[in-house]
Write a protein that binds this ligand. Structure first.
Ligand code: DC
Length: 218
């Protein structure tokens, strides 16, 4: 059983993916976290993430491992960095790095390997188009950028005066993720598109659970 979830940033993919993993007993893999880890490595080591040669040279020193032990954990060179990768700075750097072919090759090989070994729900930008093109269920979540900005601000308790800043960050990342040359965010032909503009999380969850159950029932 494999479930692919794609969609732009801030649309609620990871919360939904966790709920799906729990309900259907699947391993959840957050592929965005892997790009963020590479972003964090470049940030912490003061490296030029826009210089192709520098990126290629440093990729060799970056090891991302998956540890399965009562849930799954991703480690960056043996470290648990979950609490460090959720910043806007890391998100911005990872979105730029995700445009580079060599970065994508490294991570997509790892992601495809994991998808071939386990029953998974994976979320990202290229899951249905590239990582698990044979997924049993392919979901594409979408929501207006204003709605996504408001949700993100509520979730992170960001003061309302920051609205323009967060909104522009989201638009910038949408542009990068949609227009890049390699594996851009796209809606595959057999994806089920769920627009969440007027739905709360519980409603999205129920709708998606129904979709998955009907696929399982055949
Ligand atoms: O989902 P996220 O916001 O944590 O992802 C961080 C960045 O990583 C995002 O801007 C684009 C990139 N990404 C990608 O290119 N492909 C994926 N499958 C997942 C994320």
């Amino acid at each position: 059983m494999k479930v692919a979830i794609d969609g732009p940033s801030g649309v609620g993919k990871s919360t939904l993916a966790k709920a799906i993993a729990n309900e259907f007993n699947l391993i959840y893999l957050d592929t965005g976290a892997m790009y963020r880890m590479i972003g964090l490595y470049f940030l912490e080591n003061n490296l030029d993430y826009e210089c192709k040669e520098e990126v290629i040279k440093n990729l060799r020193n970056i090891h991302i491992d998956l540890v399965i032990d009562n849930g799954i954990k991703l480690l960056l060179n043996g470290r648990d960095v979950e609490s460090l990768i959720r910043t806007h700075e890391v998100a911005g750097i990872s979105s730029i790095l995700a445009q580079q072919k060599e970065v994508r090759e490294k991570l997509t090989a790892l992601q495809k390997d994991i998808a071939s070994k386990y029953n998974v729900v994976m979320d990202g930008r290229d899951i249905a188009s590239n990582i698990i093109p044979d997924a049993d269920v392919k979901l594409y979540l979408e929501a207006d950028a204003i709605v996504r900005t408001k949700r993100r601000m509520k979730e992170l308790e960001i003061p309302s005066k920051e609205f323009d800043f967060i909104y522009n960050k989201i638009l910038e990342r949408d542009k990068q993720d949609l227009n890049r040359e390699f594996d851009p965010l796209c809606i595959v032909q057999d994806a089920i598109v769920v627009n969440t503009d007027n739905m709360n999380f519980e409603q999205v969850k129920q709708k998606v659970f129904e979709i998955i159950k009907s696929k399982i029932a055949g």
